[in-house]
Design a protein around this ligand. Structure first.
Ligand code: DAT
Ligand code: MG
Length: 149
C-alpha cells in the first residue's frame, strides 16, 4: 500500500498541536508506519528541500525547519500521498481551505505547521532521508478491512 512522508513542523510542536494533527491523520484511517520526534539538521534540510535550495525563501525555510524538534511520520493508506496533501491544505495558509490543517492552524507560508510529500517518488526519497528501514514498520492494520472496498 502507498506510503507518504509527513512532518509536524517546529511551530506545531511548540504550539502543542502534535496530538491534534496525529488525531486527524489517524481518524482518516492512515496507518502510522513510522513516528519520531527529532531535530532536523542543516544537512537533512538541504536533502529534504533540495528543489528549493536556490530559492529566495530557502534561508528562512532552513532557519524555521531547524529551529526546534519536529515529528517525522510515515503514513500508509490507499492514496496516502494525495490524502495527506489534501488534509494539509494549500502551501500558503491564507489560501488553505478551512477544515485543512494549514487552514485551521496556520496563518503564514513560513509557519505552515505541516509537510506532506508531493508524489509517490518524493515520498520514497523523503522516507529514506528521515527513517532507516528498521524504523518503518509493517503490521496488520485491522481498520483497513472497513476502510477499503
Ligand atoms: P509544500 O510544503 O506545500 O510542498 P513547497 O514544496 O512548494 O510547498 O515549499 C516547501 C516549503 O517552503 C513550504 O511548506 C513553505 C516554504 N515556502 C514555499 N514557498 C514559499 C514562499 N513563496 N515564501 C516563503 N516560504 C515558502
Ligand atoms: Mg513540497
Amino acid at each position: 500500500m502507498e506510503k507518504t512522508f509527513a512532518m509536524i513542523k517546529p511551530d506545531a510542536v511548540q504550539r502543542g498541536l502534535v496530538g491534534e494533527i496525529l488525531r486527524r491523520y489517524e481518524q482518516k484511517g492512515l496507518r502510522i508506519a513510522g513516528l519520531k520526534i527529532m531535530n532536523v539538521t542543516e544537512e537533512l534540510a538541504r536533502k529534504h528541500y533540495a528543489e528549493h535550495v536556490n530559492k529566495p525563501f530557502f534561508p528562512g525555510l532552513l532557519e524555521y525547519i531547524t529551529s526546534g524538534p519536529v515529528v517525522a511520520l510515515v503514513l500508509e493508506g490507499k492514496n496516502a500521498v494525495a490524502e495527506v496533501r489534501k488534509m494539509n491544505g494549500a502551501t500558503n495558509p491564507l489560501e488553505a481551505a478551512c477544515g485543512t490543517i494549514r487552514g485551521d492552524f496556520a496563518q503564514e507560508v513560513g509557519r505552515n505547521v505541516v509537510h506532506g510529500s508531493d508524489s509517490v517518488e518524493s515520498a520514497a526519497n523523503e522516507i529514506a532521508i528521515y527513517f532507516t528501514a528498521e524504523e518503518v514498520l509493517s503490521f496488520d492494520y485491522l481498520p483497513n478491512t472497513w476502510l477499503y472496498e
